[in-house]
Ligand binder design. Sequence first.
Ligand code: SAM
Length: 318
Amino acid sequence: MRLQACGVTSKWVPSEHKTSKLDPWYKWLIHSRHAGDPVERRLVLDETEHYADKVLATAQLVPGMTLADIGSGEGLIAFKAIGNTGPSLQVILTEISASLLAHARQFAIKKGVSNQCIFLECNAENLHGIPDASVDVVTTRAVLAYVADKKAALREFHRILKPGGRISLAEPIMMDEARATCGLKAAVDAEDLNGADPLLDLMHRWKAAQFPDTVSKMASCPMTNFSERDLVRFAQDNGFADIHMELHIDVRPFQVSSWEVFIASAPHPLAPTLEFILSNHFTSTERNQFEKVLRPLIEAGGLSVDDRVAYLTATRKS
Ligand SMILES: C[S@@+](CC[C@H](N)C(=O)[O-])C[C@H]1O[C@@H](n2cnc3c(N)ncnc32)[C@H](O)[C@@H]1O
């Protein structure tokens, strides 16, 4: 699998996204994270609602406040916050994806809450359109992982918060997926010297299409070049106080509704689906060999997943 440069926020984007005309963020959130399967969509929503509930529990919203949710996607956090806090909450939903903003706007109209919402198309690194010291709470979930200049984003969060205002965020920490992929590459490189294991090579090509597989690619990829400690440092460097970080690691059985859904879905918005990898980068013999081993494992629930999420809260000093 060749990894190619792109102009989204990462230099590291696989070829499926280089050639696709569809907005990768919209495409992933609305389709490829659950492959359009209703059972899988429910599983994914149960998981993401759990993260959103944790972000909102520490956001400490009360009626009358203004919340800015950065990288709002479908509006998971924004609409939950309105549901929890009531009709006097004002919410600013910001996105780089115009299609996701339009989607969230339609949902707000359908639910009768559009009078509480402002929709802004902007990058987390430059929240133009939101005045200084104008919001009570900033939330964000699974967004900074895709932002090239995270420190600039934290600077913007600080700028738009009123004195005493609060950030509450949750970010996936994906360094370990990349480290495991680097490990696969090292094993393949070592085997090249002594006769290759074809399965190891296929595993590496699968994972390397979705995560960086060298230390230098990790360093240039916004998804994998930061840890929870870096998030703490970015908050400190931008003058936040009362900083609290919790890293939650859950190792659990990998659940997916079927093999078909598994290969039609992707683990993050910038990754190609396994189906794309199998069709475009494997020969039919390689595909058969790979499926023969992986499919029974997936169908028996024999794989586990390591979930690492960093939850950060901090306040802007008054
Ligand atoms: C994994 S989704 C999470 C969406 C939403 N926060 C949620 O919890 O469901 C990542 C979102 O970040 C947005 N995004 C990516 N890069 C961004 C950036 N530089 N500034 C603002 N939003 C960004 C994408 O458009 C996408 O909606």
